[in-house]
Design a protein around this ligand. Structure first.
Ligand code: GUN
Length: 293
């Protein structure tokens, strides 16, 4: 069994980005700038956004964080997005999800200029991804592709079972794994909360990508010997022995599943760090105007 080291892979990608930024600076070019909008104080979201800002500093990007109270109106938020769309110094920006209930996330995501949508959540980028046109790919699925690629894992002709159909991970992942590319060329099954006899599918899987947010959902009896298992879950469960009061739990029961796998991602230190690296990669692409040339 080989552990897929997301932390090490993310550091390698960030070093590559930092080298490019240094070269851009040396020739007097425009330094990439990522902005993030955060609404409210959800613990997970605050941590993720802070980590994104810190990562920007590490690779030499400019960064801005706009943190609003949960009471911000939808109108006010849409105005801020319009402002960022027009700000020539900001190459890309994200609106951290989830948003409070009184704000319609679809309206918000559609307000972002697709050319600055480094999360790849705007319907134009989603459509371009499905059509195989240049697009910003959502960071978590793109990070998983990087892991498969950098560990040179064979995917062609394999059966990939994706658990979860979210717009952020499951749906785009299922589309990307079926594409005629590497990594890709899989036969893909997308399982979700209404799937009947889900273990029937996972037991046939050469590659399992679990993104349902249910701690330890995938158990050893659901996994074929030699499978590749990618765990996207990061549920916070109470843990009094930790200073933070919680620890992260994946969607996979690691201790019993790992011995059966050819490759598996740990939680934490698997997919999570890749998500940040790919957001930075998208921002660099935005600054270089690579996607919408
Ligand atoms: N919430 C969970 N994952 C993500 C992500 O990749 N981007 C944003 N903006 N919000 C998220």
């Amino acid at each position: 069994m080989t552990l897929l080291d997301g932390k090490k892979t993310s550091e390698a990608i960030q070093n590559e980005i930092a080298a490019e930024v240094a070269a851009i600076k040396a020739r007097g070019g425009k330094v990439p700038h990522l902005a993030a909008i955060l609404v409210g104080n959800d613990g997970g979201s605050v941590t993720y956004v802070n980590n994104k800002v810190l990562a920007c500093e590490r690779v030499g990007f400019g960064s801005s964080l706009f943190h609003y109270d949960e009471s911000i109106s939808e109108e006010e938020l849409l105005l801020k997005i319009k402002e960022l769309n027009l700000d020539a110094d900001i190459d890309g920006f994200i609106v951290q999800l989830p948003l409070p209930k009184h704000i319609d996330p679809e309206k918000v995501l559609e307000a972002v200029d697709p050319q600055k949508d480094v999360d790849g959540f705007h319907p134009i980028n989603v459509g371009r991804m499905v059509a195989g046109l240049p697009a910003y790919l959502p960071a978590t699925p793109a990070g998983i592709l990087q892991l498969l690629e950098r560990y040179q894992i064979e995917t062609s002709g394999k059966h990939c079972v994706v658990l979860g159909r979210s717009n952020i991970v499951g749906s785009p992942m299922s589309i990307l794994m079926a594409k005629n590319t590497y990594p890709g060329n899989c036969t893909v099954t997308l399982c979700h909360s209404r799937t009947k006899d889900l273990p029937y599918y996972t037991r046939q899987a050469d590659i399992i990508i679990a993104a349902i947010g249910k701690p330890e959902f995938v158990t050893a009896d659901m996994v074929k010997e030699g499978a590749v298992v990618i765990d996207v879950g990061t549920t916070r469960v109470p843990d009094a022995s930790r200073k933070s009061g919680f620890r992260l739990r994946g969607d996979v029961k690691f201790e019993e599943v790992a011995p059966k796998c050819s490759y598996i991602t740990p939680v934490p230190g698997g997919v999570g760090p890749l998500t940040i690296a790919m957001l930075l990669k998208n921002t660099l692409s935005a600054a270089k105007k690579e996607v919408y040339a």
